[in-house]
Design a binder for this molecule. Structure first.
Ligand code: AMP
Length: 394
């Protein structure tokens, strides 16, 4: 029996796809269509016969998925031969309606549409991807897998903001958390690496990519997480500020005449590492820092200091920590970030092994470290495929 799931991640101007064996995580093919709707688009497809590129203009998401289906037919593997069991869709915001993945039907589409005000950039694109895929692949079950679902186990004291209660009732203002598929996947891998049952371990998981988030995971359940109502809160990210004083909005409105939308855009797209250095790519920040650039040095310090504060906070939340887990682009590759964020935490039982850390080993703590420090590659596509398969197989 085939266990292949077509995983689709539709962004506002991109469509990423991956044909994944949900049992092994092996991708039979992956692809990305970018700059959808622009004069020139870019489509790259990796299949069994190698990489294929196409720069023809792709007008919309429907055309993008058609191009993907064509690429499967031309460059392989042919979708009909693979016997796909489901299409798994990444959906960013499931609000407090979805604590688990769910089969796509008209009711789910209406519910995700209701959540658009909470994720105006992401949910419309995700919905577009779902609708197009349902039209082009009508005979397959479609499953929505939510970034927020893993964090629906947060207790009220962790998800409630200290604002008038009516704001939560009327506008849904509370912490939801994101990157849930990654935190869930990495937690399972970490427990396996420790040779323990997930139910028995407490973890601090740090997803450090372009977007960054920290999660306190107690026995496999998320009990606190750094992203909030939107993916803006928490750690310093590539272009997002993370935590700040909400009075900034009012001040900029008064002294600079900036609208709420302008400030929102700046905090999401022009802040974080980009705001501090002009570039959002961590590798470039590292290069500049190594060359003695003071702005890059400060950005690095701000980034790592915020990380350390969250590690300390989640240590207090969990009481006992079995492992601190680093994942995603920066987490998996930057020994200097891991070293800086964990420096001075020996008193909490964290002992980093400098050689293992520099080598990006899976276990980068010393043998006798009471708290293990792990480097685990995330695989959101595999997690989406697994969750989609669970839904269709019951
Ligand atoms: P992701 O969103 O997981 O793809 O992560 C993207 C981020 O990881 C970017 O800021 C990259 O600069 C960063 N990154 C990727 N490779 C490395 C590396 N070898 N060292 C440091 N940062 C890296």
């Amino acid at each position: 029996m085939s266990d292949h799931v077509l995983v689709i991640n539709a962004g506002s101007s991109s469509l990423k796809y991956s044909l994944v064996d949900a049992k092994t995580g092996e991708a039979a093919a992956t692809g990305l269509v970018e700059q959808i709707g622009e004069e020139q688009s870019h489509h790259v497809h990796h299949g069994p016969a190698g990489e294929f590129n196409d720069d023809q203009a792709v007008a919309d998401h429907e055309a993008a998925l058609e191009a993907a289906v064509r690429a499967f037919e031309t460059h392989g593997p042919a979708l009909a031969d693979v016997d796909i069991v489901a299409v798994g869709h990444r959906v960013v915001h499931g609000g407090d309606r979805f604590a688990a993945p769910a089969l796509v039907d008209d009711e789910l589409i209406a519910a995700v549409t209701d959540l658009v005000p909470l994720a105006p950039l992401h949910n419309p694109a995700n919905l577009e991807g779902i609708e197009v895929a349902r039209r082009l692949l009508p005979d397959l079950p479609h499953v929505a897998v939510f970034d927020t679902a893993f964090h629906q186990t947060l207790p009220p004291h962790a998800y409630t903001y200290a604002v008038p209660t009516s704001w939560q009732e009327e506008y849904g203002i509370r912490r939801y958390g994101f990157h849930g598929t990654s935190h869930s996947f990495v937690s399972g891998q970490a427990a396996a690496l420790l040779g323990r049952e997930l139910e028995d371990v407490n973890l601090i998981v740090l997803h450090l990519g372009n977007g960054c988030s920290a999660t306190a995971v107690q026995g496999g359940r998320s009990v606190d997480t750094s992203m909030g109502l939107t993916p803006l809160e928490g750690l310093v990210m590539g272009t997002r500020s993370g935590d700040l004083d909400p009075a900034i909005h009012g001040l900029l409105a008064r002294v600079a005449g900036r609208s709420a939308e302008e400030t929102d855009r700046a905090l999401n797209s022009e802040s974080g590492l980009k705001g501090l250095t002009g570039v959002n790519d961590f590798r470039e920040v590292s290069r500049r820092r190594a060359a003695g650039d003071e702005r890059a040095e400060l950005a690095f310090d701000v980034y790592c200091y915020r990380l350390k504060k969250y590690i300390g906070a989640y240590y207090a939340v969990l009481g006992r920590v079995d492992a601190i887990v680093f994942t995603a682009g920066v987490g998996q590759h930057s020994a200097e970030v891991r070293a800086a964020a964990l420096s001075g935490l020996e008193g909490l039982g964290v002992r980093l092994d400098p050689t293992r850390n520099t080598n990006n080993d899976q276990i980068v703590s010393t043998e006798d470290s009471p708290v293990a420090v792990l480097v685990i590659p995330t695989n959101e596509e595999w997690e989406i495929a697994r969750q989609a398969l669970d839904v269709v197989r019951g």
